[in-house]
Design a protein. Structure first.
Length: 316
């Protein structure tokens, strides 16, 4: 008889059911779950004493061997209870720019904020719609995760993380702004950092909330072209609201990102063409790219911009 068969035959039905629960949760099992399938206090105590189960905290055990990082997070979620957040949530959402392998969770305010090697944040504004689920773990949504990271990252690093996440389709800029508008308040950790990052991205008060602009800038930088000036204002634009999305002043080249949300109305179409005419009369060249241009044919976009940068304004 094999060792595994001997081990299984020595288990009663209650322990087998407890093992099944633990196997679905990366080896983590709570006393409540074990009791619910019929295990007694004595049976649990004997398994811990024999080393078959390891106690992570009062009433939380690890059964078998698993990824310790994952086990610790699941244990904290089960015991506190908590929601995976900050760097740990960023890792699971695939964000680039935060250290991986950190155990971080969030609990409601005034709940216990200690759990072994897990960092526990407290929050009074974590709403149900700010939480999703990945691999049976409650975890902050991508947008809420970004807003939370503002409390632990500097503005420049947070801005870069947002840019990468938006371009990689991990999160939408408009969703980040919506969550931030919900929770921003005086004295909340990260509020000033988040606002500074959004202002730099053109998504703060008075700016242009355009994901397409972020994608276009990222595309230009990835191609090795000079980084354009963002939200460029021209003297003759006084009678027309807004700023130019991107500009190369030395080459007298303007680039507009026609996002599918922000340029759909007829009045915007008319205003854009009037601005283009004014720019042409003032000696500026204007390029316009749509969402489909940038996402479906990035090589064409880069080719056009590169050609415009290498040609003198007078040659157009």
């Amino acid at each position: 008889m094999s060792q595994l068969h001997c081990m299984l035959s020595s288990m009663n039905e209650s322990e087998l059911r407890a093992q099944e629960i633990a196997s679905r949760n990366s080896g983590v099992l709570t006393r409540r779950q074990a009791s619910a399938v019929g295990m007694t206090h004595g049976q649990i105590w004997r398994r811990v004493k024999s080393g078959r189960w390891a106690s992570l905290s009062p009433g939380v055990y690890v059964v078998g061997i698993g990824d310790q990082h994952d086990v610790q997070l699941r244990a904290a979620v089960a015991a506190l209870p908590a929601v995976v957040s900050h760097e740990a949530a960023a890792e699971r959402h695939g964000f680039v720019g935060v250290p991986y392998g950190r155990n971080v969770v969030t609990v409601p305010h005034r709940r216990t904020n200690r759990f072994g090697v897990v960092t526990v944040h407290e929050s009074t504004d974590l709403q149900p719609h700010h939480v999703t689920e990945i691999d049976r773990l409650p975890i902050t949504t991508p947008a809420r995760t970004v807003v939370d990271l503002a409390a632990v990252l500097r503005p420049a690093r947070l801005k870069r993380l947002i840019e990468r996440a938006v371009v990689a389709n991990r999160v939408r800029l408009v969703d980040i702004v919506d969550v931030f508008d919900e929770v921003a308040r005086r004295g909340k950790p990260g509020t000033r950092t988040m606002r500074a990052a959004l202002d730099d991205l053109g998504a703060g008060p008075g700016g242009v909330e355009s994901e397409l602009e972020l994608r276009l800038v990222s595309l230009i930088e990835a191609a090795g072209l000079p980084t354009p000036v963002r939200q460029f204002r021209l003297a003759f634009r006084d009678e027309s609201r807004g700023r130019i999305d991107l500009a190369y002043p030395d080459q007298r080249l303007l680039i507009e990102a026609d996002g599918k949300q922000w340029h759909a109305l007829q009045r915007d179409f008319i205003s854009d063409r009037r601005r283009d005419n004014l720019a042409q009369l003032a000696g500026w060249r204007v390029l316009r790219f749509t969402w489909d241009d940038v996402t479906d044919d990035p090589a064409l976009v880069i080719g056009v911009i590169n050609q415009a940068l290498t040609r003198a304004p007078s040659a157009v």
